[in-house]
Design a protein. Structure first.
Length: 93
């Protein structure tokens, strides 16, 4: 079961224990990186472009539940979205 990534208005929640803050995430990504090596040969990623990314699984760090994580609204997300919509509707803003 693929779990979608949280957005500005959502977050993860374990349906078994209610955890909202600690998760083990297995994700696959395909990226292009600009790696700069200093004169000693130490690499440093200076630019990173994510071409694709998917979350394969999310496990609750507290209770160990697998496939029990869901997306829920962040507190105040609805009020914030309404405020942004209202600000966008005002002329001259």
């Amino acid at each position: 079961m693929t779990v979608p990534l949280p957005t500005e208005g959502t977050r993860w929640r374990c349906t078994l224990c209610g955890n909202l803050t600690r998760f083990n995430v297995i994700r696959s990504s395909r990226v292009v990186e600009f790696v700069h090596l200093d004169l000693a040969g130490e690499p440093r990623v200076e630019e990173r472009e994510v071409l694709s990314e998917s979350v394969e699984s999310v496990t609750c760090r507290w209770c160990g539940a697998v496939d029990q994580v869901e997306l829920v609204d962040r507190p105040g997300a609805e009020a914030e979205a309404a405020a942004q919509a209202a600000a966008g509707d005002k002329p001259g803003v």
